[in-house]
Design a protein around this ligand. Structure first.
Ligand code: GLA
Length: 738
């Protein structure tokens, strides 16, 4: 093995581009230190040879030094030093009782794995550290790299079998994070279809809290993100450690407070039903687990994460380094709620005309255009244009959309098949199934086994053909059920569980290849709403569909939850019809517009039925949205008043990066006892700069200055007109530096 920096007490420092990050290895003390943004991350090799976590938190002094890691002592005869010592990547062996990072079974039945430090290499922005079992040739390379601006670390592992026999991996984390004993609260996101993005906040107690998906995909029910705060949850103050897993398959994050009250967060492939056979010479790459730290509460944590996603994760970025950012999303129209499956050339053209008149940038035709797709019983898998609905193919509609000054997007659901389809009749063996067992349908559909090379090729080919033959700017990529009977009978019995890794790798592979062949085509990740939102898919997806629930009031809490983990840049929000189909709640168009304008705005209503007044309102607000959109979706987000816990009010504010513009949204759920909207103290402005206040919707109280300093808006605050009362009311303002 290459040993990069092992020359006794030599201290090697490499300052990273931008001068804000550093990765140093103190060879004498065997201590690795990585600094970036306001963060330091430190680990070392203890005298036994284990890689031990030493520190993760606020940035330390450049000259501060750590001594060699000292393992935690034994606790009586029950908890060994091995289990008490927080390790960077612990093998299950030697009596480990906490969550392991890696658990394997060797061909001879041995299941003991103890990983010791072997070598390290400095990389451009961090380290690669090699661990090896104390006897056997299982190697694990841990990858570390830090973002100089945000201090967000990317961690992952490569597991390699250099034995002469296969090794079965039963559990493989991307990384494990640790925090010392203290009082902490835990934040995570849960939900269900139409109810995604519920922020759950609880005191961290002894034992383990498991957040996971066993569904083959990310899932609505929990999202692979966590935030741990010192003390009680706070939006603005206090230390927060957070992380997000970049994986769109089954995943698990285990947050443990162990026997000595240390906290460990271990995340990666979900070990449930996992079994990956690594043949001699083979490697398994884990997903990346990103982790960050903020001293400014949950708000500070999400601002760092948003910045990181925009600068480093999302596709179609313009610029390089920390200045890179994708363009704000086009304002879209989507036909789903207007027409459902009943799409026709004439009907879509009529909607397109109306959408263009509103100022929409992109027209998206949803489900129903292909195969024998009259409803959800048939057609998935048959990706030819339905000739009854579109006798001349898609071209006349696309040409019309272009002539109206919009680009064109199309719905697909590539990984699925209806049993009532030509594809299934031809290839019944292409779906996930256990031969001879029932195949459970959900929404009358089955999941194609994308892990199979022939299925992968079919999906790639039809999408490539669709994009080659039609001028399509955007695909809404849907995925409307979770796995059942996840068999892959092409492989030997012992290897079939590889499906959990290979399916998702092939999905990413297809997206990568499509991106190469059609570099301009943009993508939305949808899974019956927010069932596939994670930092893995966001490398390929320009946006996501957070929920099928488009009720504008529900959306306020959903959007609040969403933004703890993900930037509003990707948070699509359509304005749909009232009363809403889900809650049967009636709201004004203005309220619906302003709820959606918090994210990346779209229209999903049956706009053909809108009267002149509604058309004018939407047109006016789309026109007001466009010039401030970049601030709203890419600026620093401050959640001024939370909509949670039955709050009567809520408010958010965003400030762009040079602090020249800010946008404020204010919402009333239901006024009680005549209570006025509270005075709203703004945040994040330049105190010395002068900002002019302009209403986008609603009135400030008489006497509010037309312009005032950032200090005034932040210290004195904004008062609303007393007429701002009632049910489901909304207002919005912009502040522009003079
Ligand atoms: C899913 C999506 C919807 C719509 C339908 C079409 O439910 O989330 O937006 O595209 O599928 O069948």
């Amino acid at each position: 093995m290459m040993k990069a920096f092992t020359l006794g007490a030599l201290l090697v420092a490499c300052t990273l581009a931008g001068g804000q990050a550093a990765a140093t290895y103190d060879g004498a003390a065997k201590v690795f230190r990585i600094d970036g943004g306001n963060v330091s991350y430190v680990f070392g090799v203890n005298p036994r040879g284990e890689l031990q976590q030493l520190y993760w938190g606020g940035r330390l002094g450049a000259k501060d030094q750590f001594s060699q890691a000292v393992p935690m002592p034994e606790w009586a005869s029950f908890d060994s030093s091995y289990t008490n010592t927080p390790q960077e990547y612990a093998g299950w062996g030697a009596g480990l009782f906490v969550e392991p990072a890696l658990k394997v079974t060797f061909a001879d039945g041995n299941r003991d794995l103890v990983l010791h430090y072997e070598a390290e290499t400095a990389t451009a922005n961090g380290f690669e550290v090699v661990l090896k079992d104390i006897q056997r040739a299982v190697y694990v390379t841990l990858h570390y790299s830090i973002d100089p601006a945000t201090g967000i670390l990317a961690r992952s592992a490569t597991i390699e079998n250099r034995e002469s026999q296969p090794v079965t991996i039963e559990q493989a984390a991307a990384a494990a994070w640790a925090l010392p004993p203290a009082h902490y609260s835990l934040n995570y996101l849960t939900g269900r279809w139409a109810g995604e993005w519920t922020l759950t906040q609880e005191t961290l107690n002894p034992g383990a809290r498991v957040i996971e998906s066993r569904r083959g995909t990310t899932g609505h029910q929990a999202n692979p993100w966590f935030a741990i705060q010192a003390g009680a949850p706070s939006e603005d103050a206090g230390e927060v450690w957070f992380g997000a897993l970049a994986w769109s398959g089954s995943w698990r994050i285990t947050v443990e407070q162990d026997q000595l009250d240390e906290v460990r967060v271990t995340g990666g492939f979900n070990p449930f039903d996992f079994g990956y056979v690594l043949h001699p010479g083979e490697k398994l790459e884990t997903p990346v687990f990103y982790g960050g730290y903020s001293a400014h509460g949950l708000g500070g944590a999400s601002r760092l994460l948003h910045h990181f996603e925009i600068a480093h994760i999302l596709p179609h970025r313009i610029g390089t380094g920390e200045d890179a950012a994708p363009k704000p999303r086009p304002v879209i129209y989507n036909s789903w709620e207007a027409t459902e499956f009943n799409v026709t050339e004439a009907g879509q053209m009529a909607l397109a005309e109306k959408a263009a008149a509103l100022g929409v940038d992109r027209f998206v035709m949803d489900d129903g255009w292909f195969g024998q797709r009259k409803d959800d019983h048939a057609g998935l898998g048959d990706w030819y244009v339905n000739a009854e609905k579109f006798p001349h193919g898609l071209k006349p509609l696309i040409d019309k959309v272009h002539a109206l000054g919009m680009d064109f997007g199309l719905w697909v659901e590539p990984e699925m098949v209806n049993p009532n389809s030509d594809l299934y009749r031809r290839h019944p063996d292409w779906v996930l199934n256990f031969p001879g067992r029932p195949r459970s349908e959900l929404r009358n559909q089955l999941v194609l086994n994308l892990a199979r090379p022939d299925v992968r090729d079919y999906v790639l080919d039809f999408l490539d053909k669709l994009l080659t033959e039609n001028d399509i700017a955007f695909l809404k990529w849907d995925y409307n059920r979770n796995w059942s009977e996840p068999g892959w009978d092409q492989l030997p019995a012992a290897e079939q569980k590889k499906v959990y890794v290979a399916f998702t790798q092939n999905l990413y592979g297809i997206l990568e290849e499509l991106h190469k062949r059609h570099p301009k085509v943009e993508l939305e990740s949808c899974s019956g709403g927010g069932g596939r939102v994670d930092l893995g898919i966001l490398k390929y997806a320009d946006e996501v569909w957070p929920s099928d629930n488009t009720d504008p009031f529900d959306r306020l809490t959903q959007q609040d939850g969403f933004t703890y983990a993900y930037t509003p840049q990707v948070m699509m929000a359509w304005v749909t019809d009232s009363p809403h189909w889900l809650n049967l709640r009636a709201t004004s168009l203005t309220y619906r517009m302003l709820s959606s304008m918090e994210g990346s705005l779209g229209i999903g209503a049956d706009i053909g039925k809108w009267n002149d007044e509604e058309t004018a309102t939407a047109k006016r607000l789309i026109a007001a949205y466009h010039p401030v959109q970049a601030t709203i979706v890419q600026g620093d987000l401050y959640r001024l008043i939370s909509p949670l816990n039955g709050s009567e009010f809520s408010a958010t504010q965003t400030v762009n990066h040079d602090k020249s513009q800010s946008v404020v949204f204010l919402y009333i759920h239901s006024t009680q006892e005549g209570r006025l909207f509270p005075r709203l103290k703004l945040k994040g402005l330049d105190p010395a700069a002068e900002y002019a206040l302009t209403s986008i919707e609603g009135k400030a109280r008489a006497g509010t200055p037309a312009a005032a300093s950032g200090a005034w808006w932040m210290n004195h605050g904004l008062d609303m007109d007393p007429g701002f009362r009632g049910d489901f009311k909304a207002a919005a303002f912009r502040l522009d530096r003079k």
